[in-house]
Design a protein around this ligand. Structure first.
Ligand SMILES: Cc1cc2nc3c(=O)[nH]c(=O)nc-3n(C[C@H](O)[C@H](O)[C@H](O)COP(=O)(O)O)c2cc1C
Length: 204
């Protein structure tokens, strides 16, 4: 059965443009496949804890040597990993917050970027272990940081591509929706553009 994992990270809840566009995509994705299983993780509503010393200790202890507390410490991380492993397609919605991703999304990525679990260091350097998955990124920003020279200030798109690639997810489609702080007309136009790009994918 095809599985879609949708990960949302905006603090704006129902007002979030990135989440709404991810949902628009997910609906079309589901309608195109029968018997789809959908998993949803709302990082703003259910915030993962930041990495701390206990977590690092547990992550770097071999599974068969972890004590009960370390196993407990990694329970959420293990749950996230299980979801990722059973998923074919991953949708991530992310606003730009101060040129980067929301801290809840960074915390999530810290929980799933784990040596021996999602990447290993092999003879040829680091190798990602989450193979054969597609990722769709929905990134919204108040201004427009999609074109040179201002794209140099965009640490959302390159960071997400890098970290996902590092854990093996290299088939990534990016939908950037800029100008969300530029007035109603600009907002409507930008959302329309992204929706048209989504429609194009499903028409193909
Ligand atoms: C805390 C915060 C920081 C922001 N930082 C930026 C920024 O650095 N650059 C930018 O273009 N927009 C910035 N914005 C605007 C958001 O990226 C924009 O409103 C976006 O649509 C939010 O995504 P959402 O609608 O999914 O919540 C910021 C908004 C907030 C609340």
């Amino acid at each position: 059965m095809a599985t879609l994992l949708q990960i949302d990270s905006s603090a704006a809840g129902a007002q979030s443009h990135s989440k709404a566009l991810a949902e628009y995509f997910a609906e079309k994705w589901k309608n195109n496949r029968s018997g789809t299983k959908t998993l949803e993780v709302n990082l703003a509503a259910d915030q993962p804890p930041h990495i701390d010393g206990n977590m690092i200790g547990a992550m770097y202890t071999k599974p068969d040597q972890r004590d009960e507390q370390q196993t407990q410490t990694l329970a959420l991380s293990e749950q996230y990993l299980e979801q990722l492993r059973e998923t074919d397609s991953i949708v991530i919605s992310s606003p730009m917050y101060n040129f980067g991703i929301p801290s809840v999304l960074k915390a999530y990525l810290d929980h799933v970027t784990r040596v021996g679990e999602t990447f290993v260091y092999g003879e040829n350097g680091p190798e990602g272990l989450l193979k054969n998955k597609k990722a769709y990124l929905f990134i919204s920003s108040g201004g427009n940081y999609t074109q040179p020279p201002l794209d140099q200030m965009n640490f959302v798109t390159p960071y997400l591509k890098t970290v996902l690639g590092f854990i093996g997810i290299t088939d990534i489609t990016v939908f950037e929706t800029p100008n969300m702080g530029m007035g109603d007309e600009a907002v409507a136009k930008s959302i329309e553009n992204t929706k048209a790009k989504i429609d194009e994918i499903f028409a193909a």
